[in-house]
Write a protein that binds this ligand. Structure first.
Ligand code: CP
Length: 296
């Protein structure tokens, strides 16, 4: 059976824990590259990114290389997409050329689920519209696990444009599966109607184990809904608000961030920030995904 990695929703709690354990073990081998650089020798993956990316694309490439695999990068701007080739035909082409797996980012929420059954190589979701970003979900969980050990009973706040966030989508799925609490904060019109509780940002900040700040996803809106100064005033993690955090609370953000809007420079560089650590953890999380996908 082909092993597609499409959504955290498709995995059991114990499968998610296995990914996290493996990612954690890769993090411990950071200084011993020779112990792992043969694991995916002779494998070739394709990075097929139909939307912009810095972290996800680069960290999948680094993850592949750390495990001894090679990566073929595909960009629609300089490909036959320009001549009208469909996403499906592009992926079938990469499959025909002999790649061992395809890492896909696309703006469509569900395209990945429609295409996956038609492929004979693993398809890995690197961000699907507003649906899920499961490799980001794993790296976020790994960041929490490294910090707190146990995920159960943590209280994690997500603040911002949750309605358009696939990062929040994967985190909410993970919370239900793994038994921690997620509370939603931000402009009311950007909060989905679901069974997670909606809380006041200023009142709840002092109650959290982790606060995940999100960028307004302007590319998924019709227009700017609030000016940036007003947004920062109401929902930014400002220097003033940093004083409300408990000493153990960690600050997270999936990136890219808009400095001075959803969080101040001081929040990014704060001793309780784990934002750069999240990016490093992305490599380990993606190593665990590539290794799993390539297993016969
Ligand atoms: N967090 C994230 O997906 O970042 P990129 O868009 O840079 O990949």
């Amino acid at each position: 059976m082909i092993k597609h990695f499409l959504a955290l929703a498709n995995f059991s709690p114990s499968e998610i824990s296995t990914f996290l354990d493996r990612a954690y073990s890769f993090s411990l081998l950071k200084k011993s590259p020779d112990k792992i650089n043969h694991l995916l020798k002779n494998k070739i993956f394709s990075n097929a990114f139909f939307e912009a990316s810095t972290r996800t694309r680069s960290s999948f490439e680094i993850a592949a290389k750390r495990l001894g695999a090679e990566i073929v990068n595909f960009s629609p701007e300089n490909s036959s997409t320009k001549k009208g080739e469909t996403v499906y035909d592009t992926l079938k082409c990469l499959e025909s050329l002999g790649v061992n797996g395809i890492i896909l980012r696309h703006s469509d929420d569900r395209l990945i689920e429609l295409i996956a059954p038609k492929l004979h190589v693993p398809l890995i979701n690197a961000g699907a519209g507003k649906y899920e970003h499961p490799s980001q979900g794993l790296l976020d969980l790994l960041t929490l696990k490294k910090e707190f050990g146990e995920l159960k009973n943590l209280r994690v706040g997500i603040c911002g444009d949750i309605l358009h966030s696939r990062v929040a989508g994967s985190m909410m799925v993970a919370a239900k599966k793994l038994g921690f609490e997620v509370v939603l904060m931000g402009p009311e019109n950007l909060i989905p109607k679901n069974d997670f509780s909606y809380e006041n940002f200023d009142k709840s900040l002092s109650t959290l184990d982790a606060i995940m700040m999100l960028r307004i996803q302007h590319e998924r809106h019709d227009g700017i809904f609030m000016n940036q100064t007003d947004y920062r005033q109401s929902f930014g993690l400002t220097v003033d608000r940093l004083t409300k955090l408990q000493k153990h609370t960690i600050i997270m953000h999936p990136g890219p961030f808009n400095r001075g809007v959803e969080l101040d420079d001081e929040a990014i560089e704060h001793p309780q920030s784990r934002i750069w650590a999240q990016m490093e953890n992305g490599v380990y999380a993606r190593m665990s995904i590539l290794e799993w996908a390539a297993e016969e």
